[in-house]
Design a protein around this ligand. Structure first.
Ligand code: ADP
Ligand code: ADP
Length: 226
């Protein structure tokens, strides 16, 4: 579903990614594990078309992205992304969730129904008309997750989605990740510096180290010493 082919990214003279190669299969949960500063966000941003690689190719369902603007727009619509810092704007929870649907020109009744479903899923149905900025960090992150899901993305990208959250919120988000993957078949790529979280959630893991995937495999393959 996602192919990374010798992907590199430099910021000026700083080499962040230096030949990342690997594949994410359709329908799997894939963890990018690496220490802080190893380039996890950078890699996710390249996949999400928020930044362009310095070299190499990224293919999604066989189509190279960053190569043709027209195709990139339709591919971007297949993806939802949740950022490390819960990003909600100053409006109601419902408005925050509706954004992607409005851009897609959905009808009001469809938007209402989908917001309801998404908020049910993340356990925030009763918060629909609350101002999003008054929620806790964990709740805001669930709003961000509802916003990413409501467009029914084929690929969900999560950049350290549980960093800085309390343990109850971490467990909730982890539970949602597993359920979204299992019930909707969504391909999920998330980053974490927590190898235990990778082990708990991921079908396969890529270990990002010194600008490359030093290992790619199942948790058992990656964490068992040879
Ligand atoms: P991680 O998500 O693994 O913590 P990042 O992808 O955020 O790592 O960052 C990797 C490195 O790239 C860091 O050294 C960071 O300072 C650098 N970096 C990230 N974005 C930029 C940018 N826009 N300009 C310059 N350097 C950047
Ligand atoms: P458009 O292509 O006209 O920007 P979208 O529905 O793709 O419409 O985007 C709606 C809003 O959500 C925009 O502000 C866009 O930046 C943001 N967005 C869309 N897709 C993503 C994504 N995969 N990751 C992050 N933000 C996104």
């Amino acid at each position: 579903m996602i192919e990374l082919d010798n992907v590199s990214k430099y910021f000026g003279d700083t080499r962040v990614l230096d030949g990342v190669t690997g594949k994410v299969n359709r329908g799997e949960i894939f963890a990018i594990i690496g220490p802080s500063g190893s380039g996890k966000s950078t890699l996710l941003r390249l996949i999400d078309l928020l930044d362009t690689p310095t070299g190499g190719a990224i293919r999604i369902s066989g189509t190279e992205i960053h190569a043709q603007h027209e195709k990139d727009l339709s591919i971007r619509r297949m993806m939802g992304m949740v950022f490390q810092k819960p990003a909600v704007f100053n409006a109601t929870v419902a408005e925050n969730v509706a954004v992607g649907l409005r851009f897609r020109g959905a009808s009001k009744s469809e938007i209402d129904a989908r917001i309801g479903e998404a908020l049910d899923t993340v356990g925030l149905a009763s918060y629909r008309e609350r101002r999003a900025r008054t929620l806790s960090g964990g709740e805001m992150q669930r709003v961000a997750l509802a916003r990413a899901m409501v467009i029914e993305p084929e690929i969900l990208l999560l950049d350290e989605p549980t960093a800085n959250l309390d343990p109850v919120s971490v467990a909730m988000i982890e539970n949602l990740v597993v359920r979204i993957n299992r019930d909707l078949g969504t391909t999920i790529v998330f980053s974490t510096h927590d190898m235990y979280q990778g082990q708990r959630l991921a079908h396969r893991i890529g270990v990002l180290m010194n600008g490359v995937f030093s290992q790619v495999g199942t948790p058992r393959e990656v964490f068992t010493l040879p």
